[in-house]
Design a protein around this ligand. Structure first.
Ligand SMILES: *Cc1c(COP(=O)(O)O)cnc(C)c1O
Length: 406
């Protein structure tokens, strides 16, 4: 029996240039983002400028985590206690957590069979008079039709914040994910597209939103030391009205991120090469369904999702167990007991009674997820596909011998 022996959670090393620069930062002792020698820009200031340029946004704030960026983004666009926030029903725990932290009340929007936010349900829910915000998660890197989504939100005066934790480097029709809404939020936590252990970015073109975000992040009135920030007049009033919610990035993290940003597009291409090999193989397996991905969606696939639409819960259980036994650990969003993460809206009981979301429940019930770390090569992906195909054959006997070509 063939098994797969590599780890799905093994990341690549930090680029040598980042390690060297990080060592220099440590030798200097100047780790705090505002602790610079003789007016030299710090690593954090430079990183913000470089990430704003990469995104094509006017402003960028580097901060402590992606979840922190989401929380501060909501505060900065004006979310007040008790405000309703539209949000994908299929997302990761830090998203409803950030809404809760900002005092908002999530209003979950249904999920399509292609794993994106359901725009018909969004249209219905955005039409309510007391709904003014959407926290949009491009969950697992799947982009909804952003032209239609923005048209819906503009029509109903809904401010969009994009959670780009899985779409750093991705675009819709050539426009970067994160540049559609009022604010884009990113994570540089280890399992995302750049790795500083923990970290995040918030980008926007809006002067006031960025001024508030900078003060929230804990700038101690040193906001003039930002290279990707609005003019200092913008801060005149805001600086006395905005609390300090300490959540800065430090120069050590910035030092390891800057060379990764320079390599980001190359890394994105490598992820997509792994994805294409895996996707082509999984598409040959009759009992699996892969999502339709429109040409306008220039995704970065650091993970792959598929569903087993015709299998029972018990069968999917067996499928997951056998894949795991052969070294292919899959995540299954239908599992009644969340393992290692939560992405099901009914796991967030602090929000009260879970709402009725039959379509999302149906989609998540048969949906599986697998990481594609860059420590894998294409041969690894082919072996993984073979194992999944064999398990499907054993369990579901979906094809007669000789019918299969892969
Ligand atoms: C990881 C993640 C976040 C939060 O990022 P952290 O940096 O871990 O706080 C937000 N949304 C999604 C969808 C994520 O996967």
């Amino acid at each position: 029996m063939t098994t797969f022996n590599k780890s799905f959670t093994q990341q690549e090393a930090i680029p040598e240039a980042g390690i060297e620069r990080a060592v220099e930062v440590m030798r200097s002792g100047r780790l705090h983002r505002y602790n610079s020698a003789a007016g030299e820009p710090t690593e954090t200031e430079l990183l913000e400028k470089e990430f704003a340029d990469y995104q094509g946004s006017r402003y960028c704030l580097a901060c402590a985590s992606g979840g922190y960026a989401l929380h501060v983004a909501m505060r900065a666009v004006g979310v007040k206690a008790g405000d309703k926030i539209l949000c994908n029903a299929f997302t990761l725990a830090p998203v409803p957590g950030a809404i809760h932290n900002a005092g908002g009340l999530p209003v979950f929007v249904e999920t399509t069979d292609d794993f994106t936010i359901d725009l018909d349900d969004l249209e219905r829910k955005a039409a309510a008079d007391d709904v003014h915000y959407l926290l949009l998660s491009h969950m697992r890197g799947h982009l909804a039709d952003m032209d239609r989504l923005m048209a819906i939100c503009d029509r109903h005066d809904v401010i969009v914040i994009e959670d780009c934790a899985h779409t750093m480097g991705a675009s819709w029709n050539g426009k970067k994910s994160g540049s559609f809404g009022r604010v884009g939020c990113f994570s540089t936590q280890t399992y995302k597209h750049m790795n500083s252990g923990e970290g995040g970015f918030l980008t926007t073109d809006d002067d006031e939103v960025m001024a508030r975000a900078i003060i929230y992040s804990g700038s101690y009135m040193l906001y003039e030391r930002h290279l990707a920030a609005p003019p200092k007049e913008t801060f005149a009033r805001i600086r006395f009205e905005t609390p300090n919610y300490s959540g800065r990035m430090d120069n050590l993290r910035a030092a390891i991120l800057r060379p990764q940003l320079a390599d980001l597009d190359t890394q994105c291409r490598r992820w997509n090469d792994l994805y294409r090999v895996t996707e082509a193989g999984l598409k040959q397996i009759p009992c699996l369904r892969l999502p339709e991905r429109p040409e306008a969606e220039q995704f970065v696939a650091s993970s792959i999702q598929f569903s087993l639409p015709n299998q029972s819960e018990a069968d999917i259980h067996r499928f997951i167990e056998r894949c795991e036994a052969r070294g292919v650990p899959l995540k299954w969003f239908g599992d009644a007991d969340p393992k290692g993460y939560t992405s099901r809206f009914d796991s967030w009981q602090y929000l009260g009674e879970p709402p009725s979301l039959p379509q999302t429940e149906r989609v998540l019930a048969t949906m599986c997820d697998m990481r594609l770390p860059l420590t894998f090569d294409e041969a690894d992906c082919r072996l993984i596909v073979r194992i999944i195909a064999e398990v499907c054959d054993e369990l579901f006997l979906s094809a007669a011998p000789g019918e299969r070509t892969n």
